[in-house]
Ligand binder design. Structure first.
Ligand SMILES: *[C@@H]1O[C@H](CO)[C@@H](O)[C@H](O)[C@H]1NC(C)=O
Ligand SMILES: *[C@@H]1O[C@H](CO)[C@@H](O)[C@H](O)[C@H]1NC(C)=O
Length: 141
C-alpha cells in the first residue's frame, strides 16, 4: 500500500512535466529489428490489442501509452521469426525501471532491439554496434 502511495506521488509530479497524459507519465516504446528477414510482433496489454505487425530488417514499430496510475501497466509481446518464437513483457515495472535509468523526467522511452541473439532493451536509442546501456532480457526460444 505504501509503495502504491509513493508511486502515485511520483507519477503525478511526472505528469506536471510531461503534459501529454492527464495524471501519469506518457511512454513511447519502439521495437527495432536487426534480424535478417521479417519478424512478426504481436503486442497487447490487458485492454489494448495492437495486433500483428511485420517488422523487416532495420525496421521499427513504435507505439505510445499513458502509464496506469496503479503502476500495473503491462504490455506483452509475442514474436515469430521463421520457426523461432518468443514471448516477453515489453513494459512492466522491471522494464520501466531499466528504461528510466538514463532518462530525465518527462515522456518515458523504451527502445527494444531484436537481434538474432534475442531481445535487448534500453532507455537510449540504438546507435549501432554494442550499446553499453542496453540490457539483455531474453533469447529466442
Ligand atoms: C500473428 O502472426 C502469427 C505468426 O505469423 C500467427 O501465427 C498468428 O495467427 C497471427 N495472429 C493474428 C491475430 O493474425
Ligand atoms: C525507431 O523509432 C524511435 C522512436 O520513434 C526513433 O527514435 C528511432 O530513431 C527509430 N529508429 C529507426 C531505425 O527508425
Amino acid at each position: 500500500m505504501h509503495n502504491v502511495f509513493i508511486f502515485v506521488i511520483l507519477s503525478s509530479s511526472f505528469a506536471l512535466i510531461a503534459h501529454s497524459c492527464t495524471i501519469t507519465a506518457k511512454w513511447d516504446l519502439s521495437i527495432q529489428s536487426t534480424v535478417y528477414g521479417n519478424i512478426v510482433a504481436h503486442i497487447k496489454s490487458g485492454d489494448t490489442d495492437l495486433g500483428n505487425h511485420t517488422i523487416p530488417f532495420g525496421g521499427n514499430y513504435t507505439w505510445s501509452f499513458c502509464a496506469r496510475i496503479d503502476g500495473a501497466t503491462l504490455y506483452y509481446g509475442y514474436f515469430w521469426w521463421g520457426s523461432r518464437f518468443q514471448s516477453l513483457a515489453l513494459y512492466d515495472i522491471r522494464i520501466c525501471d531499466i528504461c528510466s535509468r538514463f532518462q530525465e523526467s518527462g515522456t518515458g522511452h523504451c527502445y527494444w532491439l531484436v537481434t538474432p541473439d534475442g531481445f535487448y532493451v534500453s532507455g537510449d536509442p540504438y546507435q549501432g554496434g554494442v550499446d553499453p546501456h542496453a540490457k539483455f532480457i531474453k533469447q529466442w526460444s
